[in-house]
Design a protein around this ligand. Structure first.
Ligand code: GTR
Length: 383
């Protein structure tokens, strides 16, 4: 008798390097019409827009441009915090379109002593709101505001739930239904991750108006699903000066074709509200994708990118992440950026820090910690 495969068989993950299938990455430098790109100019004019469109159409969805107006209002008066080392600003960024609005709540600490305008780290917070507690009653390594302020940077955060709830049944109740309902009707329309990245760009709009902040030095940071979002935000919005993608794994910084750890079929089943409808076509068909994740990193070129992993987080495929960053190097080379990462993946806790590429695989579990932030700060100090 033939037994039907158990339901979890489709989700069985491979953690065995020897079982990684042979694969060929799509050539980031070859256009759809077969031209090989050899210059920065041709990349920007021909290939970059093409690659961006492929990611929109097949994975993250369209990034809507345009709204009727935007308003920035303090939700609390600015006040000194951290024993006077920082000023706390809390800003409501309200975006209006067709009579509806969405408010993004931004928490921002600006170091008092630093010369203004200051560079800023912006965290896309996908975890508990209390991790970015403005009162500092609760402190966390996930967003170590004191440490970042002490190193002379401002630090900001917003929570993804202001844009789209991280829930398959309610994700559409934020930006999507209120501002861009047409996106919900399209197979290449954005969903939650697109909406979160859109939100990061609206906070970027705000930074452009804040005299304390150097809006040319905004580093967008995300962990895991937030790290998938920080990459997408930096890829499509070139105002972000640099990107940190922490343990972002599948459909983040890790190569899909390795089929190691989490796979597209699994992510699309558990989180059907993250990526567009078209992406579902690639369940168990990684090789049919016209892109792989090295091309997402390439879209950020020549801006610096720091990718991390945790040694016990095989789900997020540390090696596939390193290889994706490596495979983006040819596009950076068009801008005159020499390879900075070694040929082989560096060992555990052997960070390689910039100036254009950062990578480390930290001993431990899937998380973002003070260890990681310490490296991000060192990375950011180089540019
Ligand atoms: C997991 C998911 C990963 C990653 C992670 C997280 O359940 O499979 O892709 O996004 O959640 O965000 O912590």
């Amino acid at each position: 008798m033939l037994l039907a495969a158990p339901f979890w068989a489709a989700f069985a993950q491979n953690y065995d390097e020897s079982k990684v299938p042979h694969y060929t990455l799509p050539d980031v430098l070859k256009t759809a019409s077969g031209k090989t790109i050899r210059s920065e100019e041709k990349w920007e004019k021909l290939r970059r827009p093409e690659v961006l469109r492929l990611f929109e159409d097949h994975i993250y969805g369209q990034m809507p441009v345009g709204y009727d107006s935007i308003r920035y209002a303090l939700t609390e008066d600015d006040r000194p915090e951290m024993d006077g080392k920082a000023v706390l600003k809390q800003i409501g960024v309200t975006v209006f379109r067709n009579g509806n609005s969405v408010q993004i709540n931004v928490v921002l600490f600006v170091p008092t002593q630093a010369k203004k305008p200051v560079p800023v780290f912006l965290l896309i917070n996908n975890r508990g709101k209390d991790l970015t507690d403005p009162t500092r009653a609760k402190k966390s390594e996930f967003w170590p505001a004191e440490m970042v302020v002490d190193s002379g940077f401002a630090i900001a955060a917003f929570h993804v739930s202001d844009l789209a709830p991280d829930n398959k049944d309610t994700y559409m109740t934020g930006v999507l239904q209120k501002l861009y309902p047409e996106q919900l009707k399209k197979d290449n329309g954005m969903k939650a991750i697109g909406a979160w990245a859109w939100g990061a760009s609206r906070v970027m709009d705000y930074f452009g108006t804040d005299k304390d902040i150097d809006s040319k030095k905004v580093i967008v940071v995300g962990h895991s699903r937030g790290g998938k979002t920080s990459l997408w935000a930096a890829a499509q919005d070139r105002r972000f000066a640099a990107c940190v993608t922490n343990c972002s794994g599948n459909t983040g910084a890790a190569l899909a074709r390795r089929q190691f750890g989490e796979r597209i079929s699994r992510i699309n089943t558990t989180f059907p509200h993250w990526f567009n409808n078209n992406y579902k076509k690639y369940n168990d068909k990684e090789n049919a994708l016209p892109v792989d994740q090295h091309m997402l990193i390439a879209l950020i070129a020549p801006r610096p990118v720091y990718a991390t992993n945790a040694s016990k987080d095989l789900w997020a495929d540390p090696k596939g992440t390193f290889l994706a960053v490596k495979a983006a190097e040819p596009v950076y080379a068009l801008y005159g950026v020499k390879p900075e990462l070694p040929k082989e993946m560096p060992g555990i806790d052997m960070p390689v820090i910039g100036p254009h590429f950062g990578y480390h695989n930290h001993e431990g579990e899937h998380n973002m910690t003070a260890y990681d932030w310490d490296k991000f700060i060192r990375f950011a100090k180089q540019f």
